[in-house]
Design a protein around this ligand. Sequence first.
Ligand SMILES: NC(=O)c1ccc[n+]([C@@H]2O[C@H](COP(=O)([O-])OP(=O)(O)OC[C@H]3O[C@@H](n4cnc5c(N)ncnc54)[C@H](OP(=O)(O)O)[C@@H]3O)[C@@H](O)[C@H]2O)c1
Length: 325
Amino acid sequence: MRALVTSAPGGWTNTRLTEVELVAGRAEEVLVQIAAVGLNPADHFQIEGRYPGGPKPPFIPGRDACGVVIQGDATGSWQPGERVVVLQSATTNLRQGTLCEQQWISAENLAGQPAGWTTVEAAAAPLVYQTAWKGLFDVGNLQPGQSVVITGASGGVGLAAVQLARGAGATVVALSRSEAKRDRLLAAGAHFVFSPTEEHLKEQIFAAIQSKGVSLVLENVGGPSLATSVHLLGIHGRISVVGLLAGLEGVVPIPALMFKRASIHGVLVTDDTPQKAQLAWKQIVEILDRAGFRPVIDQCFALESVADAFAKLNTEVFGKVVVEV
Ligand SMILES: NC(=O)c1ccc[n+]([C@@H]2O[C@H](COP(=O)([O-])OP(=O)(O)OC[C@H]3O[C@@H](n4cnc5c(N)ncnc54)[C@H](OP(=O)(O)O)[C@@H]3O)[C@@H](O)[C@H]2O)c1
């Protein structure tokens, strides 16, 4: 079968689409014909060897997927012909990824393709929505009627968070550097959109939400954004740190943190057991279906053009880049 393989350290120099033997599956695994794969920055970091605890070469990159069961597991929990998505959990196999034609995947990490969703939408969703769900509700304890600021809101995790927070009854403030994305973020579910570089950002956000601070910041950007996020919090505000696109280190203004009695938490999507990931996914699909939201797709590429798809990740994306296998 064809697979994208990172055969040695060195990033893209040692990563190519090639013919490989499929590694035999275990009794608890299901053979899935992969139909589409949503790309994530984590895939890129793994190929470049920059992902903490990432797989050692050789490995097949790719985490998200939607496909069709070819052969079920020993317990019969999945049957041939069923359409499935791959969820992220503590038992995700990072070496045998999804950027290939077929893969054995633990039965416990599969869920049914949500009814009415396209294959591409389903492939684009799990990692970013599971991350957003964890940052907003599990770690962030966001409640209906509370307010949330989402940094990097036009990306995969950002848009997932905008939709989930809006669907759960929160007031949603989206931050994006791009003026061109403002209307699309409002259409995607944000109540307010600001540029992170806007003058008097804090005062503008507080005026918009009619409060002296937000309940939660979902921090996708990291680096210098972290200090701003602390200043945006209200009393007992929380920050869920998800990403680090603008830098690996941030400054925390200690007086603001202290006087607001605020807290900062790290979020890791693979923290959960498969059972908890299944429960989260059920809630995610329920919120989206109830609110009439679907994963936002930026662009689809064929497997032959997988390098172009990864290049697209580093451009002005709005939503998800997906590879169709
Ligand atoms: N902790 C976890 O378990 C976990 C899980 C998934 C993802 N992540 C991390 O979360 C972050 C976001 O992931 P994603 O999939 O949403 O990424 P993405 O789709 O690439 O989008 C991120 C968005 O952030 C903004 N952005 C990009 N570079 C920036 C920079 N240097 N400064 C400020 N803003 C920037 C962009 O929005 P604008 O151009 O509109 O400003 C972009 O659309 C990444 O760091 C990813 O590795 C972590």
